[in-house]
Design a protein around this ligand. Structure first.
Ligand SMILES: *Cc1c(COP(=O)(O)O)cnc(C)c1O
Length: 531
């Protein structure tokens, strides 16, 4: 037995001096150490929150890497305190803080407390949500949340689903089911799970808008179809899939002997937040007898919003849906789900292993989530959403989304007030895409480099973090707004910082105070070449 004693007496509390044996196992004999150490970690974060002034320190890989040199992972520190002190140096001091109001970059949300505290239960009990005999009530909690989500989406009585690691895995499941279903029904096809891909597999196609998520291409590659299988459908000027263009693609497939296995409608595109017209797309899918998958990784949170849920109109007609609770439900990563309208379709991922989930067990009605999952051992991520709904309720989540949507509208107006900022399109959800463009600048290559420089300077200063993307081959900056604690003043400050860095890059001594813009946005011209 080695005594575990906090060396840093400043932080020590009576519970701190608890003995631990070498195993350090989470078990009854270490229950006091568990509490003391967990408390110490919470205290560390609690203290550190007060020190976080900016979303990022601005550190570069070159600056941070040397701190890892000389670390010997075979020489343990033996105690919590030095390990935490080291962690502060290596990680906490330079972490990227999504809760900070001026973190407006990627699709990362600040997280709600019920989700955070659920993690302490999840990892200590360590339930694995693969079989009933490893999870019991955990399985019923996950299932209840799947049923709740299916009901909110309007998928009907026969719907089912499973928690996943994220939208990427959910989209992979959707494309796998669409592929296998199609091939079983095809006269020259067959059972892919048993026999592998049929001879015509290179003709299979997935139709999705030109601004759909890249995970569809990844899925196509993993499924043996290649990136070439994803056929881009043109968008309208709001970056929504254009139904007449979809019809043309379907006709083109018929003409060329290509075989569309699925149409993917995106409810909340990653860059623009645009929501494809699901109703019209669903009608075309019915007409052509094609699987409709709705990728609502981002927009799925709208099911909780009284004010905006109508924007998901038509999602009840989906054959399958991807939803990321770790994006618009303010949950810690990972927390996500995949749902289908007809539960039997999940059978395409089922494998009955004698040692784990024998067929007889399923026939006896045992609810084993592994029968519906790509994963075997699986985290009890559902508990985070569960505690959130039980403590806060869905309306509170919806209210937070409403706030960020409103903020996005304000941000759009602020951007449009600047004569040296060019917005690309009015916001659909909670992103803003724009670029810094002083009026004398027209060359696109210079403009691209300028946006990159501005972003790099902002990141280096750490005062704010913004994202960037490419639209029609050109560089744009992007705000993704998911923090109800971000206010118009924050956006004003970030926009000013962008302009100041922009002029500094151009070596113009100081940014002219925001002038009223003279020209309209270039939405129309920028859009013309899309798709
Ligand atoms: C984020 C995102 C995904 C991928 O989800 P992950 O949880 O990051 O794997 C898929 N589709 C869309 C539209 C997304 O925004």
């Amino acid at each position: 037995m080695t005594a575990w004693i906090a060396p840093d007496r400043q932080h020590a509390s009576p519970e701190h001096d608890v003995s631990l044996d070498d195993t350090q196992l989470f078990t009854l004999r270490h229950r006091d150490a568990y509490r003391a150490q967990a408390q110490r970690c919470i205290d560390l974060v609690h203290q550190h929150l007060d020190d976080v002034e900016r979303p990022f320190s601005g550190v570069t890989p070159e600056e941070l890497r040397p701190l890892f040199r000389g670390l010997d992972l075979d020489a343990p520190l033996g105690q919590l305190e030095p390990a935490l002190a080291e962690l502060k140096r290596l990680y906490l001091n330079d972490a990227v803080y999504f809760h900070h109001p001026r973190y407006v970059a990627h699709l990362n949300c600040p997280v709600v407390l019920p989700g955070v505290i659920a993690e302490t239960i999840i990892s200590s009990i360590n339930t694995s949500l693969d079989t009933w005999d490893q999870s019991a009530g955990g399985t019923l909690i996950e299932q209840a949340l799947i049923d709740w989500t299916a009901q909110r989406l309007g998928l009907g009585e026969d719907a089912d689903g499973v928690f996943t690691s994220g939208g990427t895995q959910s989209n992979l499941m959707a494309m796998l089911i669409a592929r296998d279903r199609f091939c079983v029904a095809h006269p020259e096809g067959g059972d892919i799970q048993q026999q592998g891909l049929p001879g015509f597999s290179s003709r299979l196609r997935i139709l999705a808008s030109g601004v759909s998520h890249f995970s569809l291409k990844k899925a196509a590659a993993l499924l043996g179809l290649g990136h070439q299988a994803v056929m881009p459908v043109a968008c309208d000027d709001q970056f929504r899939m254009d139904p007449p263009a979809l019809r043309e693609c379907l006709e083109e497939c018929q003409r060329d002997g290509l075989l569309p296995i699925a149409v993917v409608a995106t409810a909340g595109t990653t860059d623009f937040g645009s929501i494809d017209p699901i109703d019209d797309i669903a009608a075309l899918c019915r007409e052509y007898g094609i699987w409709l998958h709705v990728d609502a990784a981002y927009g799925g949170g709208l099911v909780t919003s009284q004010q905006h849920r109508h924007r998901l109109q038509g999602i009840d007609q989906a054959d399958s849906v991807t939803i990321d609770y770790h994006k618009s439900f303010f949950q810690p990563v990972s927390c996500s789900a995949f749902l289908v309208r007809q539960r039997r379709d999940l059978g395409y991922v089922t494998y009955h292993a004698d040692y784990l989930n024998p067929r007889a067990q399923a026939e006896a009605g045992t609810p084993d989530q592994v029968n519906k999952s790509l994963q075997t051992t699986k985290r009890f991520d559902a508990l985070k959403l569960w505690l959130t709904l039980r403590i806060m309720g869905a309306d509170a989540i919806g209210g937070m989304l409403d706030q960020v949507i409103e903020l996005t509208g304000e941000g759009y107006e602020l951007l449009r007030e600047q004569s040296d900022i060019e917005t690309l399109v009015a916001p659909s959800l909670s992103t803003l895409v724009f670029r810094f463009r002083p009026q004398h600048m027209t060359a696109d290559t210079e403009l691209d480099a300028l946006q990159d420089n501005i972003r790099a300077r902002l990141s280096r200063s750490g005062e704010a973090l913004v994202a960037a993307t490419r639209v029609n081959g050109q560089r744009y900056l992007k705000f993704t707004l998911l923090n109800p604690d971000t206010h118009a003043d924050d956006l004003r400050a970030v926009i000013n910082a962008i302009r100041e860095h922009g002029y500094a890059c151009l070596q113009v001594p100081h940014a002219p105070r925001s002038a009223t813009r003279a020209s309209a946005t270039t939405t129309d011209t920028a859009m013309a070449s899309l798709g």
